[in-house]
Design a protein around this ligand. Structure first.
Ligand code: C5P
Length: 229
């Protein structure tokens, strides 16, 4: 009984331009993936952790994590994010009754935020970290000028962690075909499509996904002065 966490870290990080996997880029003194792993290791209710590594970089990821965080397994990822999640699900013990999925690229996650998302499962089969959209949204026309303004009322940005009752998310993945595993960008989307109600949990603080070099400078500044709660 308890929650199993999957940290997906198998992205190439090409857009960062460091020539090494994004998860291994050092931020505020430690590899990116280690920040998330520490937050999950310290979260109440999380019993086990699986890290999904770029194929061939499992040893590098293991070295980045060290032994103190109690990672259950490090497994090679797939050709898409959701295929990497599937590899993580397969590596978790059958005994977990909740599965959390988190992007290694979001190092600002804290143990308290993980616990808040888990609490969302008290009332729903799924719950995700998210934030109401603050910017005014524009849909671009084909030539790169504004085509229209999209009403932002009720719109949220989906983040991670995303938590689900284990049986529910295992069934979702068992039902998914190759096209969906290649194209889906998060687990909640796959669950919603099957009529599963997924709760939005407002993170209330920055939880950005490191994508381009400027993101690294931002999280470096935030982590440099922040302790993980
Ligand atoms: O590429 P994207 O920004 O969607 O990646 C989100 C997360 O998914 C990152 O932490 C990345 O390492 C992971 N990922 C993965 N396997 C892939 C692609 C992305 O584990 N094939």
């Amino acid at each position: 009984m308890g929650a199993g966490a999957i940290i997906v870290a198998a992205g190439s990080g090409e857009r960062l331009g460091y020539g090494l996997p994004k998860a291994l880029v050092r931020v505020a003194g430690r590899p990116l993936v280690a920040w998330s792993a520490q937050a999950f290791a310290g979260a109440r209710g999380v019993d086990t952790m699986v890290v999904v590594a770029p194929p061939g970089d499992e040893k590098g990821i293991a070295a980045a994590l060290g032994e103190s965080l109690g990672v259950h397994a490090i497994v090679p990822g797939g050709s898409s994010r959701q295929r990497s999640v599937a590899a993580g699900i397969a590596a978790l013990p059958d005994s977990v009754d909740v599965i959390l999925v988190h992007d290694a690229a979001r190092p600002l996650i804290t143990s308290a935020m993980v616990e808040a998302v888990l609490a969302g499962l008290d009332s729903h089969d799924g719950a995700i970290a998210a934030a109401p959209v603050a910017d005014t949204l524009k849909r671009a026309a084909a030539d790169g000028v504004i085509g229209e303004t999209v009403d932002r009322a009720g719109l949220w940005g989906a983040q991670t962690p995303q938590a689900f009752r284990a049986q529910v998310i295992r069934e979702v993945f068992a039902d998914a075909d190759d096209t969906e595993l290649d194209a889906a960008t998060d687990c909640a989307g796959m669950a919603e499509r099957r009529g599963i109600a997924v709760r939005l949990v407002d993170t209330g603080r920055p939880n950005i996904k490191v994508t381009v070099p400027a993101d690294l400078a931002l999280v470096e500044a935030l982590l440099g002065g922040t302790r993980i709660a």
